[in-house]
Write a new protein. Structure first.
Length: 530
């Protein structure tokens, strides 16, 4: 049974008054949207907020995103502190003396070269508060003005700066409760909090309760990708039902708040890009969806790179008849394993968005795609690129690239080996370009290899058809690139394009990068690599 949105408020109120519960039709249909996640620090780090201008600056920021086609704006309000004056958590500026020097205790553990930037961040958050503006509330207000759906997204286990325990980024709960962190885990992720402890779950529950009570939002997201390391090593399977029980509690809180406010409030989660990885970390997202606990499921890499081969069709199959919105997450970096980080070009972002929508997702979800922090993306290009992501039809009209990257999150014990780099005399790769364009387009393939003196360029075939070498160049990191023209007749209409790379002199060759792009024949060369 599907409720009309026109009568949803009446259904909610009747269900609560008569049955004391949530109406059977509370679940909303999938959302066709462009989701943008605005992290808790970005706006404050890249601006200087003048006296009396905080509200105006926040409004302008949201307006730019509206003009970029964003239809759901997720305002992140926390890491290990909050960017507003919370009643239950410490705020980022607690302990900071704006009139004090750079040597004040609050800043003592920050490297000297970073002090200016961190002071600007904290000073801007404090300025918004001192100007009488509740930052999340102002974002929500402007979103409604711009016909954007406002959400709040909470980071469920942020680990930034754990290598510096006294860093002011950390709140006192973490500092005073290191015994509640994960056990038997290497690296900085060992200092993520362990959700097996009731105290940890209660700590985050308090923030959830405050958020729902304080802000009139359309949705609440629990961001488990900051971080997905929620349980001690070897305890993930035991932890999964604990976390599911906690999600049930949050769902009840969300539904009760929806009843009070008289409109639906969706609940979303972000989890790793593979179902087996999510489950192996205690994140039983498919069970949550089938039980009706969540309305939005975002599958995504963590941070290090875009993924062009997320198994969205498999996710869709596992979800079955669930009405959950399935979104594919895009990160702003793009690289294979072992390569230096590179900001994705608009063409690479477009290619990743095509992969998301053509492989079965309902929507594209953007993370770290900030209007102030995309080098090489002038604002008109930024807005045009994002706006195309609102539909597959729009995306298919734009130049696009895809690449072989890697998964930056794996579950304990998961057997995974990145596809690149690889060494051999003949190697095959699969790339999905998405639906093929009409006539008048051009396809280019780029291969990045470790240079060998005097070695000839490799031979390349796509789906068994030879490709003509176009040009060569070497980048600053010592990578030798060779580009090829791919005959459009060689490309399959659907499915993967098989790229075969053969060493021309029959000596072993190390391939480190593989990229393929499509563009109109009369357009400028597609910018896959920088």
């Amino acid at each position: 049974m599907i409720c009309s949105w026109h009568f949803l408020r009446l259904w909610v109120l009747l269900a609560v008054l008569v049955a004391g519960g949530v109406p059977p039709c509370m679940a909303a249909p999938p959302v066709k949207s462009l989701f943008h996640n605005e992290d808790c620090t970005n706006l404050f780090y890249f601006h200087r907020i003048p006296a009396g201008k905080a509200g105006e600056l926040i409004d302008h920021y949201v307006d730019v995103m509206a003009q970029a086609g964003v239809t759901t704006f997720l305002c992140n309000t926390n890491a290990r502190r909050t960017n507003y004056r919370s009643r239950v958590w410490e705020s980022f500026w607690d302990g900071y003396d704006p009139a004090g020097g750079d040597d004040q205790p609050f800043l003592a553990t920050i490297p000297r070269n970073d002090v200016h930037g961190y002071r600007n961040l904290i000073a801007n958050m404090l300025a918004v508060h001192q100007q009488g503006i509740d930052y999340p509330a102002r974002v929500i207000q402007r979103c409604r003005h711009d016909a954007i759906s406002p959400w709040i997204t909470l980071r469920m286990n942020d680990r930034h700066f754990t290598e510096t325990p006294e860093h002011p980024f950390h709140g006192s709960f973490w500092k005073k409760n290191l015994q509640l962190c994960r056990k038997n885990c290497p690296g900085s992720y060992a200092l993520c909090l362990d959700y097996a402890h009731q105290e940890v779950r209660d700590y985050y529950r308090a923030l959830v309760v405050e958020t729902l009570d304080r802000y009139d939002i359309d949705g609440l997201e629990l961001d488990f990708m900051r971080e997905p390391y929620l349980f001690s090593a070897g305890k993930e399977a035991e932890g999964a039902p604990i976390l599911t029980g906690w999600i049930r509690e949050v769902r009840k809180l969300v539904d009760a708040t929806a009843a009070k406010r008289g409109h639906p409030i969706r609940l979303g989660v972000r989890v790793p890009s593979r179902p087996e990885t999510a489950l192996g970390m205690g994140l039983d997202a498919i069970a949550w969806a089938k039980e009706g606990l969540i309305d939005l499921l975002v599958v995504t890499p963590r941070w290090a790179t875009l993924e062009f081969d997320m198994p969205l069709g498999h996710w869709r199959q596992l979800l079955g008849s669930s009405s959950v919105t399935l979104a594919g997450g895009l990160e702003i970096l793009c690289r294979p394993a072992g390569e230096p980080p590179v900001v994705a070009t608009p063409e690479l972002a477009t290619g990743a968005a095509v992969s998301v929508l053509s492989e079965g997702a309902d929507a594209v979800y953007l993370f770290n795609y900030f209007q102030d922090a995309c080098p090489g993306w002038p604002l008109p290009v930024y807005q045009k690129t994002l706006k195309a992501m609102t539909s597959l039809d729009s995306l298919l009209k734009q130049p696009r690239c895809v690449a072989i990257t890697y998964r930056d999150v794996t579950a304990p014990g998961e057997d995974y080996r990145p596809l690149l780099p690889v060494t051999g005399k003949e190697m095959a790769f699969s790339l999905k370009l998405g639906p093929m364009p009409d006539k008048g387009w051009r396809c280019e393939l780029r291969i990045g290899v470790t240079p060998r003196p005097t070695a000839p360029a490799p031979t390349v075939l796509v789906n068994g058809k030879p490709c003509k070498a176009l040009k060569e160049w070497t980048t600053a990191d010592g990578l030798r690139w060779v580009s090829f023209v791919v005959p459009m007749t060689a490309l399959k209409d659907t499915g993967a394009q098989v790229v075969t790379v053969v060493s021309a002199d029959q000596k072993e060759l190390t391939v480190r990068q593989v990229q393929m792009g499509l563009r109109p024949a009369d357009a400028a060369a597609t910018a896959c690599a920088r």
